[in-house]
Design a protein around this ligand. Structure first.
Ligand code: F6R
Length: 611
Protein backbone atom coordinates (compact mmCIF):
# COMPACT_ATOMS: atom_id res chain seq x y z
CA UNK A 1 0.00 0.00 0.00
CA UNK A 2 2.42 2.65 -1.21
CA UNK A 3 0.38 5.75 -0.54
CA UNK A 4 -1.84 4.62 2.26
CA UNK A 5 -0.01 6.58 4.92
CA UNK A 6 -1.29 9.85 3.56
CA UNK A 7 -4.85 8.64 3.77
CA UNK A 8 -6.45 9.80 6.96
CA UNK A 9 -8.53 7.00 8.35
CA UNK A 10 -10.81 9.53 10.01
CA UNK A 11 -11.97 10.64 6.63
CA UNK A 12 -14.34 8.00 5.91
CA UNK A 13 -16.39 7.96 9.01
CA UNK A 14 -17.10 11.63 8.63
CA UNK A 15 -19.79 13.14 6.49
CA UNK A 16 -18.04 15.11 3.84
CA UNK A 17 -19.69 17.88 1.94
CA UNK A 18 -19.27 19.51 -1.36
CA UNK A 19 -18.80 23.28 -1.73
CA UNK A 20 -16.13 25.04 -3.72
CA UNK A 21 -13.55 27.32 -2.18
CA UNK A 22 -11.06 29.68 -3.80
CA UNK A 23 -8.39 32.19 -2.82
CA UNK A 24 -6.14 34.67 -4.59
CA UNK A 25 -3.10 36.69 -3.63
CA UNK A 26 -1.05 38.69 -6.11
CA UNK A 27 -0.78 41.97 -7.98
CA UNK A 28 -4.10 41.83 -9.78
CA UNK A 29 -7.50 42.82 -8.47
CA UNK A 30 -8.82 39.80 -6.58
CA UNK A 31 -12.56 40.22 -7.18
CA UNK A 32 -12.81 39.23 -10.87
CA UNK A 33 -10.43 36.31 -10.35
CA UNK A 34 -12.37 34.99 -7.37
CA UNK A 35 -15.70 35.22 -9.22
CA UNK A 36 -14.33 33.60 -12.34
CA UNK A 37 -12.79 30.77 -10.31
CA UNK A 38 -15.98 30.27 -8.34
CA UNK A 39 -18.01 29.97 -11.53
CA UNK A 40 -15.82 26.97 -12.44
CA UNK A 41 -16.63 25.29 -9.14
CA UNK A 42 -20.42 25.52 -9.22
CA UNK A 43 -20.55 21.81 -9.99
CA UNK A 44 -19.63 21.38 -6.31
CA UNK A 45 -22.64 23.32 -5.09
CA UNK A 46 -24.48 26.44 -6.10
CA UNK A 47 -27.17 27.29 -3.57
CA UNK A 48 -25.34 30.40 -2.35
CA UNK A 49 -21.97 32.05 -2.73
CA UNK A 50 -19.80 34.86 -1.52
CA UNK A 51 -16.42 36.58 -1.53
CA UNK A 52 -14.25 38.47 0.93
CA UNK A 53 -11.66 40.92 -0.37
CA UNK A 54 -8.97 42.54 1.71
CA UNK A 55 -8.51 46.22 0.98
CA UNK A 56 -8.04 48.65 3.81
CA UNK A 57 -10.43 46.35 5.69
CA UNK A 58 -12.07 43.04 4.84
CA UNK A 59 -15.24 43.44 2.80
CA UNK A 60 -17.63 40.51 2.51
CA UNK A 61 -20.42 40.08 -0.03
CA UNK A 62 -22.56 36.98 -0.08
CA UNK A 63 -26.07 35.84 -0.88
CA UNK A 64 -28.27 32.86 -1.71
CA UNK A 65 -27.70 33.30 -5.45
CA UNK A 66 -25.63 31.78 -8.26
CA UNK A 67 -22.17 33.20 -8.96
CA UNK A 68 -23.36 35.02 -12.07
CA UNK A 69 -25.99 36.89 -10.07
CA UNK A 70 -23.52 37.77 -7.34
CA UNK A 71 -21.21 39.10 -10.03
CA UNK A 72 -23.92 41.44 -11.28
CA UNK A 73 -24.89 42.62 -7.82
CA UNK A 74 -21.39 43.21 -6.45
CA UNK A 75 -19.92 46.67 -6.10
CA UNK A 76 -16.28 46.98 -7.08
CA UNK A 77 -14.18 45.71 -4.18
CA UNK A 78 -10.64 46.95 -4.33
CA UNK A 79 -7.97 44.55 -3.08
CA UNK A 80 -5.35 42.14 -4.35
CA UNK A 81 -6.11 39.44 -1.85
CA UNK A 82 -9.34 37.56 -1.30
CA UNK A 83 -11.27 34.35 -0.75
CA UNK A 84 -14.54 32.96 -2.14
CA UNK A 85 -17.03 30.15 -1.68
CA UNK A 86 -19.89 28.44 -3.50
CA UNK A 87 -22.08 26.43 -1.17
CA UNK A 88 -24.00 23.18 -1.02
CA UNK A 89 -25.99 23.62 2.18
CA UNK A 90 -25.74 21.15 5.03
CA UNK A 91 -26.04 23.12 8.27
CA UNK A 92 -28.65 25.78 7.76
CA UNK A 93 -30.73 26.57 4.71
CA UNK A 94 -29.27 28.46 1.75
CA UNK A 95 -29.48 32.11 2.84
CA UNK A 96 -27.38 35.21 2.94
CA UNK A 97 -26.50 34.75 6.59
CA UNK A 98 -25.48 31.11 6.15
CA UNK A 99 -23.45 31.74 3.00
CA UNK A 100 -19.65 31.93 3.31
CA UNK A 101 -17.28 33.69 4.02
CA UNK A 102 -17.91 33.81 7.75
CA UNK A 103 -16.37 36.39 10.04
CA UNK A 104 -15.24 36.60 13.64
CA UNK A 105 -16.66 39.22 16.04
CA UNK A 106 -14.17 41.90 15.02
CA UNK A 107 -14.79 41.39 11.30
CA UNK A 108 -11.05 41.00 10.81
CA UNK A 109 -10.88 37.25 10.21
CA UNK A 110 -12.77 35.72 7.28
CA UNK A 111 -13.01 31.99 6.58
CA UNK A 112 -14.35 29.84 3.75
CA UNK A 113 -14.79 26.17 4.50
CA UNK A 114 -15.59 22.92 2.73
CA UNK A 115 -16.39 20.01 5.05
CA UNK A 116 -18.30 19.41 8.27
CA UNK A 117 -17.23 20.33 11.79
CA UNK A 118 -18.81 17.51 13.75
CA UNK A 119 -18.26 19.04 17.23
CA UNK A 120 -19.51 22.47 16.25
CA UNK A 121 -22.48 22.43 18.67
CA UNK A 122 -20.19 22.08 21.66
CA UNK A 123 -17.74 24.66 20.29
CA UNK A 124 -20.53 27.07 19.58
CA UNK A 125 -21.90 26.81 23.13
CA UNK A 126 -18.44 27.29 24.53
CA UNK A 127 -17.69 30.29 22.30
CA UNK A 128 -21.07 31.86 23.09
CA UNK A 129 -20.50 31.47 26.81
CA UNK A 130 -17.16 33.20 26.31
CA UNK A 131 -18.89 36.19 24.76
CA UNK A 132 -18.63 35.44 21.03
CA UNK A 133 -21.67 36.30 19.03
CA UNK A 134 -22.42 33.78 16.28
CA UNK A 135 -25.08 34.75 13.81
CA UNK A 136 -25.52 31.88 11.33
CA UNK A 137 -26.76 28.31 11.62
CA UNK A 138 -23.58 26.91 10.08
CA UNK A 139 -20.91 24.73 11.60
CA UNK A 140 -18.29 26.82 9.76
CA UNK A 141 -18.84 29.98 11.76
CA UNK A 142 -17.10 28.53 14.81
CA UNK A 143 -13.80 28.55 12.88
CA UNK A 144 -13.19 32.33 12.59
CA UNK A 145 -14.31 32.72 16.20
CA UNK A 146 -11.91 30.04 17.40
CA UNK A 147 -9.09 31.68 15.45
CA UNK A 148 -10.02 35.01 17.03
CA UNK A 149 -9.99 33.39 20.46
CA UNK A 150 -6.49 32.03 19.95
CA UNK A 151 -5.07 35.07 18.20
CA UNK A 152 -2.24 36.72 20.13
CA UNK A 153 -0.49 38.52 17.32
CA UNK A 154 0.50 35.45 15.29
CA UNK A 155 -2.18 34.30 12.86
CA UNK A 156 -0.45 31.06 11.91
CA UNK A 157 -0.32 29.95 15.54
CA UNK A 158 -3.94 31.00 16.03
CA UNK A 159 -5.10 28.94 13.03
CA UNK A 160 -3.11 25.95 14.22
CA UNK A 161 -4.61 26.19 17.71
CA UNK A 162 -8.12 26.54 16.29
CA UNK A 163 -7.65 23.51 14.05
CA UNK A 164 -6.56 21.54 17.10
CA UNK A 165 -10.05 22.00 18.54
CA UNK A 166 -11.95 20.96 15.43
CA UNK A 167 -13.36 17.51 14.84
CA UNK A 168 -14.64 16.51 11.43
CA UNK A 169 -13.45 17.47 8.00
CA UNK A 170 -12.28 20.68 6.46
CA UNK A 171 -10.56 22.50 3.71
CA UNK A 172 -10.29 26.13 4.75
CA UNK A 173 -8.88 29.39 3.52
CA UNK A 174 -8.39 32.15 6.08
CA UNK A 175 -8.01 35.84 5.36
CA UNK A 176 -6.94 38.31 8.07
CA UNK A 177 -7.18 42.08 7.88
CA UNK A 178 -3.82 43.70 7.43
CA UNK A 179 -1.89 40.46 6.79
CA UNK A 180 -0.59 40.02 3.21
CA UNK A 181 -1.16 36.27 3.18
CA UNK A 182 -3.81 33.57 3.22
CA UNK A 183 -3.66 30.53 5.47
CA UNK A 184 -4.93 27.23 4.13
CA UNK A 185 -5.44 23.84 5.75
CA UNK A 186 -7.02 20.56 4.83
CA UNK A 187 -8.28 17.44 6.48
CA UNK A 188 -10.40 15.00 4.50
CA UNK A 189 -11.45 17.56 1.88
CA UNK A 190 -9.48 18.43 -1.23
CA UNK A 191 -7.49 21.64 -1.58
CA UNK A 192 -4.93 22.69 -4.15
CA UNK A 193 -2.58 25.59 -4.58
CA UNK A 194 -2.16 27.08 -8.05
CA UNK A 195 1.35 28.44 -8.46
CA UNK A 196 1.81 31.61 -10.49
CA UNK A 197 4.54 34.21 -11.04
CA UNK A 198 4.19 36.84 -8.34
CA UNK A 199 0.73 35.49 -7.52
CA UNK A 200 -0.78 32.33 -6.08
CA UNK A 201 -4.19 30.73 -6.11
CA UNK A 202 -6.13 28.34 -3.89
CA UNK A 203 -9.04 26.15 -4.95
CA UNK A 204 -10.96 23.00 -4.21
CA UNK A 205 -10.22 21.69 -7.67
CA UNK A 206 -8.07 22.30 -10.74
CA UNK A 207 -10.69 23.74 -13.17
CA UNK A 208 -11.00 26.81 -10.92
CA UNK A 209 -7.46 27.97 -11.64
CA UNK A 210 -6.81 26.80 -15.18
CA UNK A 211 -7.42 30.28 -16.59
CA UNK A 212 -4.38 31.47 -14.65
CA UNK A 213 -1.90 28.66 -14.19
CA UNK A 214 -1.35 24.98 -14.83
CA UNK A 215 1.16 24.55 -11.99
CA UNK A 216 -0.48 22.81 -9.06
CA UNK A 217 0.48 21.65 -5.58
CA UNK A 218 -1.89 19.14 -3.97
CA UNK A 219 -2.13 19.70 -0.24
CA UNK A 220 -2.08 16.50 1.77
CA UNK A 221 -3.93 15.46 4.90
CA UNK A 222 -3.02 17.64 7.86
CA UNK A 223 -1.10 20.20 5.81
CA UNK A 224 -1.23 23.85 6.79
CA UNK A 225 -0.01 26.38 4.22
CA UNK A 226 0.92 30.03 4.47
CA UNK A 227 0.69 31.65 1.08
CA UNK A 228 1.92 35.08 0.07
CA UNK A 229 2.15 36.34 -3.49
CA UNK A 230 5.76 35.17 -3.74
CA UNK A 231 5.98 32.22 -1.38
CA UNK A 232 4.29 29.03 -0.28
CA UNK A 233 5.23 27.51 3.05
CA UNK A 234 3.67 24.20 3.99
CA UNK A 235 3.92 22.52 7.38
CA UNK A 236 2.52 19.36 8.81
CA UNK A 237 2.57 18.87 12.58
CA UNK A 238 4.75 22.01 12.84
CA UNK A 239 7.40 20.48 10.56
CA UNK A 240 8.15 22.14 7.22
CA UNK A 241 7.37 19.81 4.30
CA UNK A 242 8.00 20.00 0.55
CA UNK A 243 5.11 19.24 -1.73
CA UNK A 244 5.83 18.49 -5.35
CA UNK A 245 4.57 20.87 -8.03
CA UNK A 246 2.62 19.17 -10.84
CA UNK A 247 2.00 20.44 -14.37
CA UNK A 248 -1.60 19.90 -15.41
CA UNK A 249 -2.15 18.95 -19.03
CA UNK A 250 -5.78 20.17 -19.06
CA UNK A 251 -6.16 23.47 -20.84
CA UNK A 252 -8.39 26.46 -20.09
CA UNK A 253 -10.40 25.68 -23.25
CA UNK A 254 -11.22 22.30 -21.74
CA UNK A 255 -13.27 24.00 -19.05
CA UNK A 256 -15.03 26.44 -21.36
CA UNK A 257 -18.28 25.79 -23.20
CA UNK A 258 -16.90 27.01 -26.53
CA UNK A 259 -19.82 27.37 -28.94
CA UNK A 260 -21.96 24.76 -27.19
CA UNK A 261 -25.05 25.73 -25.29
CA UNK A 262 -24.19 23.41 -22.42
CA UNK A 263 -21.11 21.69 -21.09
CA UNK A 264 -22.97 18.40 -21.32
CA UNK A 265 -23.37 18.69 -25.08
CA UNK A 266 -19.75 19.73 -25.48
CA UNK A 267 -18.63 16.80 -23.38
CA UNK A 268 -20.80 14.36 -25.33
CA UNK A 269 -19.18 15.67 -28.50
CA UNK A 270 -15.71 15.28 -27.02
CA UNK A 271 -16.13 11.54 -26.71
CA UNK A 272 -14.26 10.46 -29.85
CA UNK A 273 -11.29 12.40 -28.45
CA UNK A 274 -11.78 10.97 -24.95
CA UNK A 275 -11.67 7.48 -26.46
CA UNK A 276 -8.54 8.24 -28.50
CA UNK A 277 -6.78 9.90 -25.57
CA UNK A 278 -7.67 7.13 -23.12
CA UNK A 279 -6.53 4.45 -25.51
CA UNK A 280 -3.45 6.64 -26.13
CA UNK A 281 -0.45 4.70 -27.19
CA UNK A 282 -2.35 1.45 -26.84
CA UNK A 283 -4.49 2.30 -29.80
CA UNK A 284 -1.46 2.79 -32.01
CA UNK A 285 0.27 -0.33 -30.91
CA UNK A 286 -0.23 -3.81 -32.23
CA UNK A 287 0.35 -5.09 -28.71
CA UNK A 288 -1.73 -4.10 -25.71
CA UNK A 289 0.59 -2.26 -23.36
CA UNK A 290 -1.32 -1.36 -20.27
CA UNK A 291 0.43 -1.87 -16.97
CA UNK A 292 -1.97 -4.22 -15.31
CA UNK A 293 -0.14 -4.44 -12.03
CA UNK A 294 -2.24 -6.41 -9.63
CA UNK A 295 -4.67 -7.55 -12.28
CA UNK A 296 -1.80 -9.37 -14.00
CA UNK A 297 -1.42 -11.75 -11.09
CA UNK A 298 -1.53 -15.23 -12.67
CA UNK A 299 -3.15 -16.54 -9.49
CA UNK A 300 -6.00 -14.08 -9.71
CA UNK A 301 -9.12 -16.16 -9.27
CA UNK A 302 -11.74 -13.53 -8.99
CA UNK A 303 -12.17 -9.81 -9.06
CA UNK A 304 -14.56 -7.24 -7.76
CA UNK A 305 -15.44 -3.82 -9.07
CA UNK A 306 -16.64 -1.11 -6.75
CA UNK A 307 -18.32 2.15 -7.75
CA UNK A 308 -21.38 4.39 -7.53
CA UNK A 309 -23.88 5.78 -10.01
CA UNK A 310 -22.75 6.00 -13.60
CA UNK A 311 -19.36 4.52 -12.69
CA UNK A 312 -21.22 1.53 -11.27
CA UNK A 313 -22.91 1.05 -14.63
CA UNK A 314 -19.48 1.11 -16.28
CA UNK A 315 -18.46 -1.54 -13.74
CA UNK A 316 -21.42 -3.73 -14.71
CA UNK A 317 -20.29 -3.62 -18.33
CA UNK A 318 -16.75 -4.39 -17.15
CA UNK A 319 -18.13 -7.53 -15.52
CA UNK A 320 -19.53 -8.78 -18.81
CA UNK A 321 -16.30 -7.96 -20.63
CA UNK A 322 -13.91 -9.49 -18.09
CA UNK A 323 -15.99 -12.61 -17.49
CA UNK A 324 -16.33 -13.13 -21.22
CA UNK A 325 -12.66 -12.60 -22.05
CA UNK A 326 -10.86 -13.83 -18.93
CA UNK A 327 -13.33 -16.39 -17.66
CA UNK A 328 -12.97 -15.28 -14.02
CA UNK A 329 -15.95 -14.33 -11.89
CA UNK A 330 -16.41 -10.60 -11.30
CA UNK A 331 -18.60 -9.07 -8.60
CA UNK A 332 -19.74 -5.52 -8.99
CA UNK A 333 -20.58 -3.76 -5.74
CA UNK A 334 -22.27 -0.45 -5.08
CA UNK A 335 -19.86 1.23 -2.70
CA UNK A 336 -22.70 2.50 -0.50
CA UNK A 337 -24.10 -1.02 -0.10
CA UNK A 338 -20.71 -2.56 0.43
CA UNK A 339 -19.98 -0.11 3.25
CA UNK A 340 -23.04 -0.75 5.31
CA UNK A 341 -24.42 -4.15 4.38
CA UNK A 342 -21.49 -6.46 3.64
CA UNK A 343 -19.41 -8.17 6.27
CA UNK A 344 -17.36 -10.26 3.87
CA UNK A 345 -14.74 -8.91 1.50
CA UNK A 346 -15.73 -9.91 -2.02
CA UNK A 347 -12.42 -10.96 -3.59
CA UNK A 348 -8.66 -10.70 -3.46
CA UNK A 349 -8.38 -7.72 -5.81
CA UNK A 350 -10.67 -4.82 -6.54
CA UNK A 351 -10.99 -2.33 -9.34
CA UNK A 352 -12.39 0.97 -8.05
CA UNK A 353 -14.11 3.12 -10.64
CA UNK A 354 -14.56 6.77 -9.75
CA UNK A 355 -14.29 9.59 -12.24
CA UNK A 356 -13.83 12.24 -9.53
CA UNK A 357 -11.75 10.17 -7.14
CA UNK A 358 -13.52 12.00 -4.31
CA UNK A 359 -16.81 10.12 -3.85
CA UNK A 360 -17.23 9.58 -0.10
CA UNK A 361 -18.95 6.19 -0.44
CA UNK A 362 -16.08 4.96 -2.58
CA UNK A 363 -13.43 6.27 -0.20
CA UNK A 364 -15.14 4.61 2.75
CA UNK A 365 -15.22 1.33 0.86
CA UNK A 366 -11.55 1.71 0.00
CA UNK A 367 -10.73 2.08 3.67
CA UNK A 368 -12.52 -1.19 4.38
CA UNK A 369 -10.57 -2.90 1.61
CA UNK A 370 -7.32 -1.38 2.82
CA UNK A 371 -7.88 -2.69 6.33
CA UNK A 372 -8.59 -6.15 4.95
CA UNK A 373 -5.36 -6.10 2.90
CA UNK A 374 -7.19 -6.18 -0.43
CA UNK A 375 -5.26 -4.76 -3.37
CA UNK A 376 -6.98 -1.93 -5.20
CA UNK A 377 -6.59 -0.53 -8.67
CA UNK A 378 -8.27 2.84 -9.07
CA UNK A 379 -9.48 4.05 -12.45
CA UNK A 380 -10.08 7.79 -12.23
CA UNK A 381 -10.04 10.95 -14.29
CA UNK A 382 -8.60 13.32 -11.72
CA UNK A 383 -4.86 13.38 -11.05
CA UNK A 384 -4.08 13.82 -7.38
CA UNK A 385 -7.60 12.90 -6.26
CA UNK A 386 -7.95 11.21 -2.89
CA UNK A 387 -8.76 7.79 -4.35
CA UNK A 388 -5.67 7.91 -6.55
CA UNK A 389 -3.49 8.57 -3.54
CA UNK A 390 -4.99 5.77 -1.48
CA UNK A 391 -4.88 2.99 -4.06
CA UNK A 392 -2.14 0.44 -4.62
CA UNK A 393 -2.20 1.37 -8.26
CA UNK A 394 -3.94 4.09 -10.27
CA UNK A 395 -4.61 4.31 -13.98
CA UNK A 396 -5.97 7.50 -15.46
CA UNK A 397 -8.66 7.78 -18.04
CA UNK A 398 -7.97 10.74 -20.28
CA UNK A 399 -11.40 12.29 -20.56
CA UNK A 400 -10.20 15.81 -19.70
CA UNK A 401 -12.17 17.88 -17.22
CA UNK A 402 -15.87 17.11 -17.08
CA UNK A 403 -17.86 20.08 -15.86
CA UNK A 404 -21.47 19.05 -16.41
CA UNK A 405 -22.87 17.24 -13.38
CA UNK A 406 -24.07 14.33 -15.52
CA UNK A 407 -21.16 12.03 -16.34
CA UNK A 408 -20.80 11.34 -20.06
CA UNK A 409 -17.28 11.30 -21.47
CA UNK A 410 -15.84 9.94 -18.22
CA UNK A 411 -18.24 6.98 -18.50
CA UNK A 412 -17.12 6.20 -22.05
CA UNK A 413 -13.46 6.63 -21.06
CA UNK A 414 -13.99 4.25 -18.13
CA UNK A 415 -15.33 1.67 -20.56
CA UNK A 416 -12.24 2.15 -22.73
CA UNK A 417 -10.00 1.47 -19.78
CA UNK A 418 -11.95 -1.64 -18.82
CA UNK A 419 -11.72 -2.96 -22.38
CA UNK A 420 -7.99 -2.35 -22.35
CA UNK A 421 -7.56 -4.03 -19.01
CA UNK A 422 -9.37 -7.13 -20.15
CA UNK A 423 -7.75 -7.26 -23.57
CA UNK A 424 -4.29 -6.75 -22.15
CA UNK A 425 -4.49 -9.80 -19.96
CA UNK A 426 -2.19 -12.58 -21.18
CA UNK A 427 -4.98 -15.07 -20.56
CA UNK A 428 -7.02 -13.69 -23.47
CA UNK A 429 -6.91 -15.64 -26.72
CA UNK A 430 -4.48 -13.67 -28.94
CA UNK A 431 -6.51 -14.01 -32.11
CA UNK A 432 -9.66 -12.68 -30.43
CA UNK A 433 -7.59 -10.01 -28.79
CA UNK A 434 -6.15 -8.73 -32.05
CA UNK A 435 -9.56 -8.66 -33.70
CA UNK A 436 -11.11 -6.76 -30.81
CA UNK A 437 -8.20 -4.36 -30.55
CA UNK A 438 -8.57 -3.57 -34.22
CA UNK A 439 -12.23 -2.79 -33.63
CA UNK A 440 -11.47 -0.77 -30.53
CA UNK A 441 -9.41 1.55 -32.71
CA UNK A 442 -12.48 2.15 -34.90
CA UNK A 443 -14.65 3.27 -31.99
CA UNK A 444 -13.88 7.02 -32.20
CA UNK A 445 -15.18 6.96 -35.78
CA UNK A 446 -18.26 4.93 -34.78
CA UNK A 447 -19.08 7.35 -31.97
CA UNK A 448 -18.57 10.24 -34.37
CA UNK A 449 -21.21 8.65 -36.60
CA UNK A 450 -23.70 8.66 -33.70
CA UNK A 451 -22.93 12.34 -33.11
CA UNK A 452 -23.26 13.20 -36.79
CA UNK A 453 -26.73 11.64 -36.81
CA UNK A 454 -28.04 13.41 -33.74
CA UNK A 455 -30.96 14.96 -35.66
CA UNK A 456 -32.79 11.58 -35.48
CA UNK A 457 -32.37 11.70 -31.69
CA UNK A 458 -33.64 15.28 -31.46
CA UNK A 459 -36.92 14.11 -33.01
CA UNK A 460 -37.28 11.28 -30.50
CA UNK A 461 -36.41 13.65 -27.66
CA UNK A 462 -39.19 16.03 -28.66
CA UNK A 463 -41.60 13.09 -28.56
CA UNK A 464 -40.29 11.78 -25.21
CA UNK A 465 -40.35 15.17 -23.52
CA UNK A 466 -44.16 15.03 -23.37
CA UNK A 467 -44.22 12.00 -21.07
CA UNK A 468 -43.81 11.64 -17.30
CA UNK A 469 -42.73 8.00 -17.01
CA UNK A 470 -40.36 6.01 -19.18
CA UNK A 471 -38.88 2.52 -19.10
CA UNK A 472 -35.51 1.62 -20.60
CA UNK A 473 -35.03 -2.08 -21.28
CA UNK A 474 -31.92 -4.00 -22.23
CA UNK A 475 -30.44 -7.46 -22.05
CA UNK A 476 -26.97 -8.87 -21.48
CA UNK A 477 -24.17 -6.38 -21.88
CA UNK A 478 -26.74 -3.69 -22.71
CA UNK A 479 -28.72 -4.08 -19.49
CA UNK A 480 -26.31 -1.66 -17.75
CA UNK A 481 -26.92 0.73 -20.66
CA UNK A 482 -30.65 0.61 -19.93
CA UNK A 483 -29.84 1.53 -16.32
CA UNK A 484 -27.50 4.30 -17.45
CA UNK A 485 -29.97 5.63 -20.04
CA UNK A 486 -32.64 5.88 -17.34
CA UNK A 487 -30.25 7.54 -14.90
CA UNK A 488 -29.19 10.16 -17.46
CA UNK A 489 -32.78 10.93 -18.41
CA UNK A 490 -34.06 11.26 -14.85
CA UNK A 491 -31.20 13.35 -13.54
CA UNK A 492 -31.29 16.05 -16.19
CA UNK A 493 -34.87 16.03 -17.54
CA UNK A 494 -36.62 15.13 -14.25
CA UNK A 495 -38.73 12.56 -16.10
CA UNK A 496 -39.28 9.47 -13.99
CA UNK A 497 -37.31 6.73 -15.73
CA UNK A 498 -36.54 3.14 -14.83
CA UNK A 499 -33.92 0.87 -16.31
CA UNK A 500 -35.00 -2.75 -16.42
CA UNK A 501 -33.88 -6.13 -17.63
CA UNK A 502 -36.22 -6.69 -20.58
CA UNK A 503 -37.14 -10.17 -19.40
CA UNK A 504 -38.15 -8.85 -15.99
CA UNK A 505 -40.95 -6.58 -17.19
CA UNK A 506 -43.41 -9.43 -17.05
CA UNK A 507 -42.56 -10.02 -13.39
CA UNK A 508 -44.17 -6.79 -12.22
CA UNK A 509 -43.65 -3.64 -14.29
CA UNK A 510 -46.14 -4.77 -16.94
CA UNK A 511 -48.74 -3.41 -14.52
CA UNK A 512 -47.49 0.09 -15.34
CA UNK A 513 -47.42 -0.17 -19.11
CA UNK A 514 -50.01 1.73 -21.12
CA UNK A 515 -50.09 4.28 -23.94
CA UNK A 516 -48.68 6.94 -21.59
CA UNK A 517 -45.55 5.00 -20.70
CA UNK A 518 -43.01 4.81 -23.50
CA UNK A 519 -40.44 2.04 -23.48
CA UNK A 520 -36.97 2.51 -24.90
CA UNK A 521 -35.66 -0.84 -26.04
CA UNK A 522 -31.96 -1.42 -26.65
CA UNK A 523 -31.73 -4.00 -29.40
CA UNK A 524 -28.35 -5.67 -29.85
CA UNK A 525 -27.39 -8.09 -32.58
CA UNK A 526 -26.20 -10.84 -30.28
CA UNK A 527 -27.73 -13.85 -28.60
CA UNK A 528 -30.31 -11.60 -26.92
CA UNK A 529 -31.79 -10.38 -30.20
CA UNK A 530 -34.73 -12.78 -30.54
CA UNK A 531 -35.71 -12.42 -26.91
CA UNK A 532 -35.66 -8.63 -27.19
CA UNK A 533 -37.93 -8.67 -30.24
CA UNK A 534 -40.36 -10.81 -28.24
CA UNK A 535 -40.20 -8.30 -25.37
CA UNK A 536 -40.95 -5.43 -27.75
CA UNK A 537 -44.04 -7.28 -29.02
CA UNK A 538 -45.17 -7.84 -25.43
CA UNK A 539 -44.76 -4.16 -24.69
CA UNK A 540 -46.65 -3.17 -27.83
CA UNK A 541 -49.47 -5.50 -26.82
CA UNK A 542 -49.82 -3.33 -23.69
CA UNK A 543 -50.07 -0.24 -25.93
CA UNK A 544 -46.83 1.38 -24.76
CA UNK A 545 -45.06 3.37 -27.46
CA UNK A 546 -41.65 1.85 -28.25
CA UNK A 547 -38.51 3.70 -29.23
CA UNK A 548 -35.91 1.18 -30.33
CA UNK A 549 -32.17 1.69 -30.39
CA UNK A 550 -30.91 -0.60 -33.10
CA UNK A 551 -28.04 -0.85 -35.54
CA UNK A 552 -28.19 0.27 -39.14
CA UNK A 553 -28.31 -3.27 -40.47
CA UNK A 554 -31.47 -4.21 -38.60
CA UNK A 555 -34.25 -4.54 -41.17
CA UNK A 556 -36.89 -5.94 -38.83
CA UNK A 557 -37.04 -3.41 -36.05
CA UNK A 558 -38.74 -0.71 -38.13
CA UNK A 559 -41.83 -2.91 -38.35
CA UNK A 560 -42.07 -3.34 -34.58
CA UNK A 561 -41.11 -0.04 -33.03
CA UNK A 562 -42.83 3.35 -33.26
CA UNK A 563 -39.54 5.19 -33.58
CA UNK A 564 -36.04 3.90 -34.23
CA UNK A 565 -32.72 5.46 -33.34
CA UNK A 566 -30.01 3.99 -35.56
CA UNK A 567 -26.48 3.37 -34.31
CA UNK A 568 -23.50 2.05 -36.30
CA UNK A 569 -22.84 -1.69 -36.43
CA UNK A 570 -20.20 -2.86 -33.94
CA UNK A 571 -19.46 -6.16 -32.20
CA UNK A 572 -21.80 -6.87 -29.33
CA UNK A 573 -19.02 -6.32 -26.78
CA UNK A 574 -18.64 -2.70 -27.96
CA UNK A 575 -22.34 -2.00 -28.47
CA UNK A 576 -22.65 -0.33 -25.03
CA UNK A 577 -20.40 2.46 -26.31
CA UNK A 578 -22.49 3.58 -29.27
CA UNK A 579 -25.74 2.93 -27.41
CA UNK A 580 -24.64 4.96 -24.40
CA UNK A 581 -23.73 7.94 -26.57
CA UNK A 582 -27.12 7.81 -28.32
CA UNK A 583 -28.92 7.71 -24.96
CA UNK A 584 -26.85 10.58 -23.59
CA UNK A 585 -28.01 12.66 -26.54
CA UNK A 586 -31.58 11.51 -26.01
CA UNK A 587 -31.47 12.62 -22.36
CA UNK A 588 -29.78 15.88 -23.29
CA UNK A 589 -32.27 16.92 -25.97
CA UNK A 590 -35.25 15.78 -23.90
CA UNK A 591 -34.07 17.93 -21.00
CA UNK A 592 -33.53 20.81 -23.41
CA UNK A 593 -37.07 20.50 -24.77
CA UNK A 594 -38.31 20.70 -21.19
CA UNK A 595 -36.18 23.76 -20.43
CA UNK A 596 -34.19 22.12 -17.64
CA UNK A 597 -30.93 23.55 -16.22
CA UNK A 598 -28.94 20.76 -17.84
CA UNK A 599 -25.44 21.28 -16.48
CA UNK A 600 -26.57 21.83 -12.91
CA UNK A 601 -29.58 19.62 -12.19
CA UNK A 602 -31.43 20.36 -8.98
CA UNK A 603 -30.14 18.76 -5.78
CA UNK A 604 -27.10 17.25 -7.49
CA UNK A 605 -23.40 18.06 -7.49
CA UNK A 606 -20.51 16.58 -9.41
CA UNK A 607 -18.32 15.28 -6.60
CA UNK A 608 -20.56 13.50 -4.14
CA UNK A 609 -18.51 13.86 -1.02
CA UNK A 610 -21.33 12.96 1.37
CA UNK A 611 -22.17 9.46 2.50
C1 F6R B 1 -24.43 10.55 -12.94
C2 F6R B 1 -23.21 10.72 -12.17
C3 F6R B 1 -23.09 10.04 -10.85
C4 F6R B 1 -21.66 9.60 -10.59
C5 F6R B 1 -21.53 9.05 -9.17
C6 F6R B 1 -20.14 8.51 -8.90
O1 F6R B 1 -24.37 11.22 -14.16
O2 F6R B 1 -22.31 11.41 -12.57
O3 F6R B 1 -23.97 8.98 -10.76
O4 F6R B 1 -21.32 8.61 -11.51
O5 F6R B 1 -21.81 10.07 -8.27
O6 F6R B 1 -19.17 9.48 -9.09
P1 F6R B 1 -17.64 9.11 -9.27
O7 F6R B 1 -17.47 8.38 -10.54
O8 F6R B 1 -16.95 10.44 -9.27
O9 F6R B 1 -17.26 8.27 -8.08
Amino acid sequence: MPNGEIFSLNLIYGYLVMCGIVGYIGNRQAQPILLNSLSKLEYRGYDSCGVAVQGSAIEVYKDAVRVQELKQALPRLSGRLGIGHTRWATHGEPSQINAHPHLDCSGKIAVVHNGVISNFQRLRQQLTSEGHSLVSETDTEVIPHLIEKHYQGNIEKAVEAALGELEGSYAIVVLVAGEPKVIVARKDCPLIIGVGDGENFVASDVPAILDYTNRVIYLEEGDIGVITKDSIKITRGKIRVDRQEHRISWSREDVQKASYEHFMLKEIHEQPKAIRDTLGEYVLSTEPLIDLGLILDPNLEDLSILACGTSYHAGLIGKYVIEELLGIPVRVELASEFNHCRRTIPSTATIVLTQSGETADVLTAMKKLLEAGIRTLVITNVPGSTASRVADQTVYIKAGPEVSVAATKTFIAQLMMLYQLALSHPGVNRRICERLFAELRQLPAKVQQVLDNEHQIVDCARYLSEYDDVFFIGRGINLPIALEGALKLKEISYIHAEGYAAGELKHGPFALLDRDTPVIAIVAHDNTYGAMLTNIKEVKARKSPVIALADEADEVIGQLADLVIRVPCVSSIFSPVVNAVALQLLAYYTARCRGCPIDFPRNLAKSVTVE
